[in-house]
Design a protein around this ligand. Sequence first.
Ligand SMILES: Cc1ncc(COP(=O)(O)O)c(C=O)c1O
Length: 271
Amino acid sequence: MTEIIRSSTFTFSSTKEMKLWAQGKNKAYIYTRYGNPTLSVAEKKIAALEGAEAAVVTSSGMAAISSALLAALKAGDEVISTAQLYGGSFRLMRDVFPNMGITVRQVGTDLAGMEELVTPRSKVLYVETPTNPTLRLVDIHRAVAFAKKHRLVSIIDNTFATPVLQNPIACGYDMVVHSATKALAGHSDIIAGVAVGNSSWMDRVRQMIIYLGGSMDPGAAYLLIRGLKTLGVRVEIRKHAGLRHERRAACGAALLRPRATVPAGSESWWS
Ligand SMILES: Cc1ncc(COP(=O)(O)O)c(C=O)c1O
């Protein structure tokens, strides 16, 4: 069992240790917004699941998404994003980013016309697949190849697929974000998020979490670790239930008809 280390502050064992920390020569825990042993356990487990070097757990999925994006963006930069996204991510880009001087250019989940959106200011490609709530799919290989071609930082929301079904880091994505509130934690009893990627990107995301305050509570980290232990079986069960439903639906075409009402192409579900 992982211990819940509830301490907000930590003491140095000696002045010497404190000096080494101040010189950046050791990584002691000093304050839970900066890091905490229970959070570190959750981070190591999720980094391993995603096949990434490092992870940063956060107070919500939106804290992970906003901090990952702001770690890569500054005023004057442009984001190319799929138009169909979780509503919070869509509204962050629609309502907040323009006020920060960040332009968002949208592409449909089919990625048609993506090349025409690139400008010298393009900095980040952001995709979510499958999308919430319309369950549209983005070709993750095509998207990351496009990002690499144009030297964009690629960020993907992997909440719905989970690392059990989709490993974007192995495909070349720079950062993966999750609402850990959903499948990763799995019990609907916490709000949580996580970003994963290489150590250098995660240092920048952690810095953003330290600035903006989106750190995870150690109690939530404990519940997240508990949830991760059953992630594999839960996703497998859900996958088989989905396939059973798909087969039943294929027998009764009427069940599939409501899908035709889902907005297509580059329209957003939320606008
Ligand atoms: C795909 C996706 N990304 C991000 C979020 C935001 O996560 P949170 O509610 O944990 O902030 C959600 C929440 O529903 C989501 O479904």
